[in-house]
Design a protein around this ligand. Structure first.
Ligand SMILES: [Zn+2]
Length: 415
C-alpha cells in the first residue's frame, strides 16, 4: 500500500483548510455562514470549486441539478468511475467544514495524483453536492438523490420561505426543471463512492482517535405519539379521577431513555418535545404529543427498539385509561457501507500508523442516497467537542492531514 511523503501531506492538508475558509466567505449571512441551494452563493461556490478542480488537472462541469463535478481521466477510456465527494451547501449559521472539507480533500487527492503523473486504473470523479442539508426547500439530499435517479418531480413545486418554487429557482439559476432527471448516473459506469466527512459527534474524540471508518449509516424513524385523556379542573378533580396525559407523556419519556440505554448495539432514542394541551397551569391536560426519533445500525435493531417503546406506550395508556395513537413522520432505512471499502480504509489507516475504530454514523449523509446505485465507503474525521452545524465547528489540522494520507493509500490500493 502506497503512502504519501509528509511534506506533501502537510502542504495539501493546509491548503484544503485554507480553501474551507475561502468558501466560508461565500455566504448569504453577514458574519455567519449560510449557503443554500440555487442561490447566487451556490453559483459562486461552484465556480470557485471548478477553478480549483481545473488547477488539479480535472475536466469540470455542472450537472442538471446543480452539482459541481471534476474528472481526472484515466488513460484507459473504458475505465469505470470512482466518485469521491460530499456537499457544498450549509445550514444557517454553519461551521466551515461540514461537507465542504470532504470535497476539498478530494480535490487535493486529485491534484497529488495529477502532479505525480499517476495514471489511475479508473476515472476519478469528484462531486460537490448542491443540497444535502435541505435548508431551502425542506427536503434533504437533493443532489445525491438525483444522481441515484431518485429526484422526485413533485419537489419542483416545493417553495422556499419567499414563495419561490424549486422550479423557478432552477430556471433563475440557469438550469432546466425538465432536465433534472438527466443528472442520474449510469449505474454501470460507477464502481464505488467514497466520502470523507467530519464525525459531527463525540465518539472519536472520546476514543482519542483522529479517524474512524464508518460501518453503516443508521436507519431512523420518527413518530409523534399522542395520548388523549380528559381536560379537567386542576382544583376540583381528585387525583384518582384524572385522565392526565402530561404525566403519561413524562412516564413514556423516561421509559424511552431507559429502553434505549438497555439496548446493546448503540441504539439511540430521543424525545425532542412534549406538547401538552390546553397548556394551562390550572387545567389537567387532555392531550399530549411526544416526539420520538429512534436510530439503530441495523433495521432489525431499530424494529426491536420500536417494538419495546410501543409496548411500553400501550401499557402506560392502558394503566391511565388514555387513548393512544402513533403518527409516523419520517423513515430512513439503514445503509451498510461496503465491506471491501471498509477493509481498504482500515488497512490504509494502519499503513499510516492509525489504529482507527469502526463506528456507525448516527447522522445522514450523501453516501446513503448514492448507495442504491453503487457500493459506498466513508471515513470520519474527529469533531472537537462533537460540535457541528454551529460556528464553533472545528477540525484539528493534523487529523485532516491524516485523512488525506489515508485516502491516498486507500485509493492506491483500489485496482
Ligand atoms: Zn454534512
Amino acid at each position: 500500500m502506497q503512502t504519501l511523503d509528509q511534506t506533501v501531506v502537510k502542504h495539501h492538508g493546509k491548503r484544503a483548510l485554507e480553501r474551507c475558509q475561502s468558501l466560508a466567505g461565500i455566504s448569504e449571512m453577514d458574519g455567519a455562514i449560510l449557503r443554500q441551494y440555487l442561490t447566487p452563493e451556490h453559483k459562486r461556490c461552484n465556480q470557485l470549486v471548478a477553478i480549483w478542480m481545473e488547477e488539479a488537472g480535472m475536466d469540470t462541469w455542472q450537472d442538471e441539478v446543480g452539482n459541481q463535478w471534476g474528472c481526472l481521466a484515466s488513460d484507459n477510456p473504458g475505465a469505470k468511475r470512482l466518485v469521491i465527494g460530499s456537499h457544498l451547501d450549509t445550514v444557517p449559521n454553519a461551521g466551515a467544514f461540514d461537507g465542504i472539507l470532504g470535497v476539498l480533500l478530494a480535490i487535493e487527492l486529485a491534484d497529488i495524483a495529477h502532479q505525480q503523473g499517476i495514471n489511475l486504473p479508473f476515472h476519478l470523479d469528484i462531486v460537490g453536492f448542491c443540497d444535502e442539508e435541505g435548508t431551502r426547500f425542506a427536503t434533504t439530499l437533493i443532489g445525491s438523490k438525483a444522481l441515484a435517479g431518485n429526484f422526485d418531480p413533485g419537489w419542483l413545486d416545493l417553495t422556499d420561505v419567499n414563495g419561490v418554487s424549486m422550479s423557478e429557482a432552477l430556471t433563475a439559476f440557469g438550469l432546466s426543471p425538465e432536465d433534472v432527471g438527466n443528472a442520474r448516473l449510469p449505474k454501470d459506469d460507477v464502481f464505488g463512492y467514497l466520502e470523507v466527512h467530519i464525525e459531527q459527534g463525540p465518539v472519536l474524540e472520546a476514543a482519542d482517535q483522529a479517524l474512524g471508518v464508518v460501518s453503516a449509516i443508521a436507519g431512523a424513524k420518527r413518530a409523534v405519539i399522542e395520548f388523549i385523556g380528559q381536560s379537567d379542573h386542576a382544583g376540583t378533580t381528585p387525583m384518582d379521577m384524572r385522565k392526565d396525559t402530561t404525566v403519561a407523556a413524562a412516564e413514556l419519556t423516561i421509559a424511552i431513555e431507559q429502553i434505549a440505554k438497555q439496548c446493546q448495539h448503540n441504539e439511540v432514542a430521543t424525545v425532542g418535545y412534549i406538547n401538552a394541551k390546553p397548556g394551562v397551569a390550572n387545567v389537567i391536560s387532555g392531550y399530549s404529543a411526544v416526539s420520538l426519533d429512534a436510530r439503530a445500525q441495523s433495521d432489525d435493531d431499530l424494529e426491536l427498539l420500536l417494538y419495546k417503546i410501543s409496548r411500553t406506550a400501550k401499557a402506560i395508556a392502558s394503566e391511565r385509561q388514555l387513548e393512544l395513537s402513533w403518527q409516523w413522520t419520517h423513515e430512513a432505512e439503514t445503509v451498510a457501507c461496503d465491506t471491501k471499502f471498509q477493509q481498504q480504509l482500515l488497512a490504509a489507516c494502519h499503513a499510516n500508523g492509525e489504529d482507527s475504530p469502526v463506528l456507525t454514523s448516527g447522522a445522514g449523509h450523501d453516501a446513503m442516497a448514492i448507495a442504491p446505485i453503487c457500493p459506498v465507503g466513508m471515513l470520519f474525521i474527529r469533531s472537537p467537542g462533537g460540535i457541528s452545524h454551529h460556528p464553533a465547528e472545528s477540525v484539528i489540522p493534523e487529523d485532516v492531514e491524516k485523512a488525506l494520507a489515508v485516502m491516498y493509500s486507500a485509493i492506491s490500493s483500489i485496482d
